[in-house]
Ligand binder design. Structure first.
Ligand code: F3S
Length: 106
């Protein structure tokens, strides 16, 4: 599977959604996750993310490993999204801010 990691939080650009051929993204208030059972590992979302938040599971950085479980846990909690929308209002200010996990809304 592919995994959405910390830098999506408070950005949620949603460019990733438009290119996913299987609509495997799920949307929360300020973060998206990838449904690990639906993702076909095509990888087309990776270069679309302005926050560089998406990784193949085997490429997830060491300090982001917890997001593998977070994507799986939140998949049934978050709702479907199949088209991009406007990023969150302060997305550009939050892009690349460290330690955003504390702001994750579920
Ligand atoms: Fe998040 Fe990047 Fe998609 S910021 S919503 S993973 S384009």
């Amino acid at each position: 599977t592919h995994v959405v990691t910390e830098n999506c939080i408070k950005c949620k650009y949603t460019d990733c959604v438009d290119v996913c051929p299987v609509d495997c993204f799920k949307e929360g208030p300020n973060f998206l996750v990838i449904d690990p059972d639906e993702c076909i590992d095509c990888g087309v979302c990776i270069p679309e993310c302005p926050a560089n938040a998406i990784f193949a599971e085997e490429d997830v950085p060491a300090d982001q490993m917890k997001f593998i479980e977070i994507n799986a846990e939140l998949t049934p909690v978050f709702g479907p999204i199949s088209r991009s929308k406007k990023p969150l209002a302060d997305a550009d200010q939050w892009n690349n801010v460290p330690d955003k996990l504390q702001y994750l809304e579920k």
